[in-house]
Design a protein around this ligand. Structure first.
Ligand SMILES: Cc1cc2nc3c(=O)[nH]c(=O)nc-3n(C[C@H](O)[C@H](O)[C@H](O)COP(=O)(O)O)c2cc1C
Length: 376
């Protein structure tokens, strides 16, 4: 679960800003296998969030690549409405990565093939999910303790995909902090690249750590130094465009996946682009927040019809964090009993603010940092 607004705090109150704007930052356009991505800040896979509406809103705000939320391989293969929904890849949702978890090579490989046939541009393999139920079923982060099993899954996927799409891996920096975990990490990293995986995303927290404590960027720098020319994406503690640029500069990674930092805040992608191009990134006005949220609403209704409200609420409360009165915005939107009420809350909360028509420069202290304890 994500932290609530009440648990969140502005970065400026808890840690110092280290990068100031404007600045121009030379960067290499990101490429994953034969798929050109460009701007090196992409939208992470986010269970419960990174569905089609979120991905499209992110793209409309500059995201160069977006990942579908993690899907169990068996669900990709099981005929039905969910399968149809997963496998529907509209034209405007490219390039898109499909992320799978599982434990049986044949099932994993068959699901990967389905994703490619459906039009996913990249197949991503999850070796990082820390949820207890997932670990108990020998999936996700469990596989970091079992390099042979992990590499068998990668072999099966590569064989089934047959080069028709790049295959990538997402992993944490180990299962725990023990020496065996680190050895396993390097064995898996080297093993997947040796087999032909196109890129690896590293979230340098351990599985046991879940989200408690900082993401170890110095570990990411070691991974990139070790990987050389091979493509590494970094993850962890990216709560503003300034963090993204700092991670690129400090660790040398080829790209980053923005996760909690883009839920309810698609603006981060355009802001990164501005920083990289030496332009001043702008803070969204209330009207821009409202337009993005209304667009999210429109896309969610198109995707889920009557079931749109619960999905929208979870996004709306994240947008609320960036309202000048976050608690009032959150309370009002949570109280909406139907889509009509939600829509009128958005209009009343954001559009009526005539004093906020001029965008202001983004400050490095603008980020919302969730204070998570043992979130899964
Ligand atoms: C609500 C939530 C859902 C997530 N879902 C996924 C997922 O489906 N697949 C994945 O690889 N990582 C998932 N992650 C991990 C993120 O992609 C990312 O690695 C992690 O949150 C660290 O980045 P951050 O500190 O910038 O949020 C999830 C994280 C959160 C908070």
């Amino acid at each position: 679960m994500l932290a609530s607004v009440a648990e969140c705090h502005l970065r400026g109150k808890c840690r110092p800003a280290t990068v100031s704007a404007p600045m121009s930052v030379p960067f290499r356009p990101l490429q994953i296998g034969n798929v050109p991505i460009g701007m090196p800040a992409v939208q992470a896979a986010l269970s419960g969030y990174s569905d089609l509406p979120m991905r499209l809103v992110a793209r409309e705000h500059g995201a160069s690549y977006a990942l579908h939320e993690l899907v169990l391989d068996e669900l990709v293969l099981k005929k039905g409405k969910l399968q149809q929904q997963i496998l529907a890849v509209p034209e405007q949702d490219h390039p898109v990565g499909g992320q799978l978890m599982g434990s049986v090579p044949a099932t994993f490989a068959a699901a990967a093939r389905k994703l490619v046939d459906a039009g996913f541009d990249v197949v991503d393999i999850n070796f990082g999910c820390p949820v207890n139920k997932v670990l108990g079923r020998c999936r996700g982060g469990y596989l970091l303790q079992h390099p042979d099993e992990a590499l068998a899954l990668v072999d099966a996927v590569l064989q089934s995909v047959q080069g028709d799409a790049p295959v990538t891996v997402k992993m944490r920096r180990g299962y725990d902090d023990g020496p065996a975990a680190e050895k396993n990490f390097w064995a898996i990293l080297d093993g997947v690249f040796a087999r032909g995986v196109a890129a690896v995303t590293v979230h340098p927290r351990t599985v046991v750590q879940k989200y408690v404590g900082p993401s170890r960027w110095e570990f990411l720098a070691r991974v990139k130094a070790h990987a050389g020319e091979r493509t590494i994406l970094g993850s962890g503690d990216l709560f503003s465009a300034f963090d993204v640029v700092r991670m690129l500069q400090q660790t040398g990674v080829d790209g980053v996946t923005v996760a909690r930092g883009c839920i309810g805040y698609p603006f981060v992608f355009d802001q990164v682009r501005a920083l990289l191009e030496g332009r001043v990134p702008m803070r969204p006005t209330h009207a821009q927040l409202a337009r993005a949220l209304m667009r999210h609403l429109e896309l969610t209704v198109a995707q889920y019809g009557d079931r749109a409200l619960s999905s929208l609420r979870s996004h709306a409360i994240k947008y609320a964090q960036f309202h000048r009165e976050p608690i009032r915005a959150r309370t009002t939107m949570v109280a909406a009993r139907n889509l009509v009420e939600l829509e009128s809350s958005i209009s009343a909360l954001f559009f009526c603010d005539e004093t906020d028509e001029r965008a202001e420069p983004l400050s490095p202290t603008d980020a919302i940092v969730p204070s998570m304890s043992a979130a899964e």
